[in-house]
Design a protein around this ligand. Sequence first.
Ligand SMILES: *Cc1c(COP(=O)(O)O)cnc(C)c1O
Length: 395
Amino acid sequence: MIVSGQGARMTDADGNRYIDYVLSWGPLMLGHCAPEVVEAVIEAAHKGTSFGASTPAEADLAEQVIEAFPSMEKVRFVSSGTEATMSAIRLARAATSRKYIVKFEGCYHGHSDALLVKAGSGVATFGIPGSAGVPEEFVKFTLALPYNNVAALEEAFAKFKDQIACVIIEPVVGNMGCVPPKPGYLEAVRSLTAREGSLLIFDEVMTGFRVSYGGAQELYNIKPDLTTLGKVIGGGLPVGAYGGPATLMNQISPLGPVYQAGTLSGNPLAMAAGLAMLKTLGTGRKTIYPALNALAGKLVAGVSEAARANGIAITSNQVGSMFTWFFTDHEVFDWDTAAPCNTELFGRFHRGMLDAGVWLPPSQFEAAFLSTAHTATDIDDTIAAARAVFAGIHG
Ligand SMILES: *Cc1c(COP(=O)(O)O)cnc(C)c1O
């Protein structure tokens, strides 16, 4: 159990301190208790925690999001990434009058029924096909295809001609470990969906404001039809969002027939936290992202070298400040190449690092993150810890 966090560090109930590379599974770009975020939340709390009506903070955060993501003309706030993807899919089905959806093996889009098919994150970690409690009838319109495979998508579009409402994708996967798109893959997904009249949903819950300020769509210069956000935009409080062109977003209630609502959506505390975080990231984006990504590169390379020096095969994937060390000697580009990694070795590495005061994601199939609170010394200490752990495994 964790009792507190400060900057790049967390303290557990026994008083052990850890350098944190999980960062609440991604949101904490500025580390724990960033002063501007804490102050914004306190100030908002003094004004009232919820009204069931819009507040200026909600409009301010919306503007900040739209400015960073030009593909989003309008944005709707919800309270989690799960709600964002679930709602975006409902909208896509309504807008296209089609039933089928395409997702990719190893991608995780939250825990709504239709999306718990060959999912990543915890579902991948526990090696289960989906989840108990989801009747197969509820997922019969979900097609799960291999990631980074254009031919498989072509085939699905041929087989289910004019029936696929949308393709939802993590433009950089974080939920089977970090898996980048191959060069040209996202471009192909974009042009195929456009050709087939199917909407493209970029699930940027993890990548938004993380791999670059404007997310993966800015990094790879691809314009999806709908975008889902979460994690970083909440500054460590519960927020999700989805958005796109007004023609689509106006189909949502109360303007249109697609129902979606939330008692605590746009919650003032969450909006204040998100706004404070995005302001800092937005103002400093020209220096923050390059510095963070370079530091992540140093960490990724240092740990990989430490493994190889001890005869341990490792493949490291990194995009910006998202990264994974896969215990394998082959390239990892989809679920079938991620799954056979040596999870027993991963477990020994993870436990060794934990004992050395380094908190890494407790699964081979989850990405690690860096925050602006991590220092070059933290990185050096982490690499030194890895060297000792690998030497122990080797010996
Ligand atoms: C975390 C995550 C979600 C789910 O968000 P929650 O806030 O946990 O519901 C959805 N999609 C992606 C890509 C995620 O990383």
